[in-house]
Design a protein around this ligand. Structure first.
Ligand code: ADP
Length: 454
């Protein structure tokens, strides 16, 4: 036996080599007796005692050759047995010493050495992979549960332990149902699970996978906590709202405060008759500001209280034509000709398109030379795509257009775009607003699925 560094490269114990080697061994084994037989045939004048002596010598020679060959054979087979026994016990470090490379039994040992190398490499790779998997499972914020085909919990990671509020040893080996994991195991892949675990209530995205280990089916369920993502999104929404609220309140209250102060100074200095007109103008301005603030608050109420969808199947093209006829300030051209049927809330979608049309018309009217506005639609796979294009002043350089209460108009409420997006997204569609490529102005693109996703 040798250490792994002395391992010779593997050779293949070819059956033909083995047959040839067996014939060589048989030749050497029978050679002494064959020589005696030849002498006895050629020299038949030898006395009986001499013949017996010769026969004895031949048998002794064959016996010695057989002993030598047998020992070599036993040594090789013994080494092979030892190597196989150590492999069976999981010891892949032992190697057989290969002396005569052309001996098929030695080649067998070289092959067992090569097998040991492969098994040792395989075990190293498996150990590395399971160590990596273990570390990944520990670092993962998502909870991972592995349950076997009898419904017994076989593995959990620290996040799952925290979710169950229990030590690993207290839960692994127990029925998953008893641990309250039934709904998580029954949930479909990629679905949202709303569940109460011992650590608390929450919403999780469920990912599941099935695999076989030791011939048995195992299910891996991964629960990804949605509350972290939601609260981040919520925080951003609050930040936006507070930014807009403080902007709007400052815009109204600061001038109201300073106007009231100036009017008070004026009334102190001058007689009420002289100051009458200025006071009236000031009060008008205060009233306008207050009305603006009231409009802003009304808009906020509309955004917050969007009623549930009343679904019907209706002709979107006819609905759009009616909306276009309502616009009296400018003629909106209807380019689309095909009929388009969608499932949705006609009133709410009408409101969304009115907002987009109104913006396009106001932008076109705001240009010195009057720009055009046109409306088109086309059918794509599973979608109706409506486009509203204007040759207006173009979009302001801001990425807050869809942020509630963002407006660049003196009397704007800043809820048209956000309301439109809310409505269209509730229908499973999308709204996009971008600058026109072909010239000045903007292009609104609304994608609506034929049916509302349930
Ligand atoms: P409002 O019209 O009350 O200002 P919106 O939410 O409808 O509120 O629009 C927000 C802002 O987006 C508008 O003030 C305007 O600056 C910009 N906008 C929207 N549509 C267009 C358009 N077609 N062309 C140019 N600017 C637009």
């Amino acid at each position: 036996m040798t250490t792994p560094s002395e391992v010779p490269s593997a050779s293949v114990a070819h059956p033909r080599l083995l047959r040839r080697r067996a014939m060589v061994w048989a030749f050497w084994y029978t050679l002494p007796l064959a020589l005696v037989a030849v002498v006895l045939v050629c020299r038949n004048d030898l006395p009986l005692s001499a013949r017996l002596m010769l026969l004895l010598a031949g048998a002794l020679g064959s016996g010695l050759v057989g002993r030598f060959l047998g020992r070599r054979l036993l040594a090789s087979v013994g080494t092979a047995f030892d190597l196989l026994a150590s492999l069976r016990e999981g010891d892949y470090g032992l190697r057989g010493h290969v002396q005569w490379r052309r001996d098929p039994l030695q080649a067998l040992i070289a092959d067992i050495n090569a097998l040991s190398d492969e098994l040792r490499d395989g075990r190293r790779k498996r150990t590395e992979a399971s160590r990596f998997l273990g570390k990944t499972l520990v670092a993962l914020n998502s909870a991972v549960f592995v349950v076997d085909d009898t419904g017994v919990l076989r593995l959990i990671n620290p996040a799952a332990r925290r979710l169950l509020h229990a030590e690993r040893t207290a839960v692994v080996g127990r029925a998953a149902d008893q641990l309250g994991l039934g709904p998580a195991l029954a949930a479909r892949d990629d679905s949202i699970l709303d569940h109460h675990f011992p650590s608390g209530r929450g919403r999780w995205v469920v990912r599941r996978a099935v695999w076989y280990s030791a011939g048995r089916e195992h299910v891996l369920v991964m629960l990804h906590d949605m509350s972290a993502a939601l609260s981040e999104e919520e925080r951003r929404a609050w930040q936006r709202l507070i930014r807009v609220l403080s902007y709007e309140l400052n815009n109204s209250l600061t001038p109201i405060g300073s106007l009231a102060g100036s009017l008070a100074v004026l009334l102190d200095k001058e007689s009420p008759e002289t100051a009458r007109q200025t006071v009236k103008d000031g009060l008008d301005a205060i009233e306008r500001r207050a009305a603006g603030l009231a409009r802003f608050l009304a808009g906020y109420g509309r955004l917050a209280r969007l009623p549930p969808l009343q679904r019907t199947r209706f002709r979107l093209d006819e609905s759009l034509a009616r909306l276009v006829r309502l616009e009296s300030r400018l003629v909106v051209e209807m380019v689309g000709q095909r009929s388009a049927v969608v499932d949705g809330d006609e009133d709410q979608l009408g409101q969304a398109f009115v907002n987009l049309l109104r913006n396009a018309v106001e932008s076109a009217l705001a240009r010195d030379s009057e720009g055009r506005v046109w409306l088109d639609w086309r059918i794509e796979i599973e979608h109706v795509v409506v486009t509203i294009e204007d040759e207006g002043v173009g979009l302001p350089a801001s990425d807050c257009l869809f942020v509630p209460f963002f407006t660049t108009k003196p009397d704007g409420a800043g809820i048209g775009l956000s309301l439109s997006r809310l409505i269209v997204e509730a229908h499973g569609g999308s709204v996009e607003l971008r600058s026109r490529d072909a010239g000045p102005g903007a292009l609104a693109v609304v994608r609506l699925p034929f049916g509302i996703p349930t």
